[in-house]
Design a protein around this ligand. Structure first.
Ligand code: 5RP
Length: 222
């Protein structure tokens, strides 16, 4: 199976996972990326079974609307029973690196609000230790060089993601080749650097459920 077919398979499993939660007043959180896109495409068939969605990026909002799914401002939504999103890496404790698509800040906000985070991924995303994938850090543009120096001082190797502006008008530094033994601690430490908006570690609020697609099918981890 191709990686894209695995992403489609896990998106289908996510539909089965959330179907029991859907009802006429229900608003769900929807993530960003190619796996989330498959989920959105399959969700379209169920659009009359729930009220709408909160989107973690402008791209996701557009795709949802194109499918006739109403998109709500998070500030106008009382509760969010579930958030479905992909990941760049996920470890056995369901801690993640996210932000490969530069949507990490809105993703983290929606994850914080959601009662349940369902991560959908193909098997290549599962790792023993996070850090093989470069850790994205969204920064206020004027703070980029300062934050980069602070990261270097902590042993990280940041590279400016040239030409990328996030939906929030900020820039992204990607930190390469740094194995993360204590994700929750590093997440907090990086948040404390002035000028950091969000870092791509989702450890303090990890996933509640991982649906992982491999050649043998989709496996559910909690
Ligand atoms: C976007 C993300 C995505 O969830 C992550 O990059 C995975 O993307 P894909 O499903 O395309 O592999 O965090 O900011």
């Amino acid at each position: 199976m191709t990686q894209d077919a695995l992403k489609r398979a896990v998106a289908a499993a996510a539909i089965d996972e959330i179907k029991p939660l859907l009802h006429a007043d229900c608003v769900i959180g929807v993530g960003t990326g190619s796996t989330a896109n498959h989920f959105i495409d399959l969700l379209a068939a169920h659009r009359h079974d729930f009220k709408g969605a909160v989107a973690s990026s402008e791209a996701t909002a557009k795709r949802l609307r194109d499918h006739g799914i109403e998109v709500f401002e998070l500030n106008h939504v009382g509760s969010l029973p579930v958030y479905v999103d992909g990941a760049d890496e996920i470890n056995p404790r369901l801690e993640m690196i996210k932000g490969g698509g530069a949507a990490l800040t809105r993703e983290k906000i929606i994850a914080a609000c959601a009662e349940r985070f369902v991560c959908i991924a193909d098997a290549s995303k599962r790792v023993a230790v996070l850090g093989g994938f470069p850790l994205p850090i969204e920064v206020i543009p004027m703070a980029r060089s300062y934050v980069a120096r602070e990261l270097v001082a902590r042993g990280l190797t940041p590279v400016y993601r040239d030409g990328v502006i996030t939906d929030n008008g900020n820039q992204v530094l990607d930190c390469y080749d740094y194995l993360i033994e204590a994700p929750a601690e590093l997440e907090s430490e990086l948040n404390d650097i002035a000028g950091v908006v969000t870092n791509g570690l989702f450890a303090r609020r990890g996933a509640d459920v991982l649906l992982l697609a491999g050649e043998e099918g989709v496996t559910r981890f909690t």
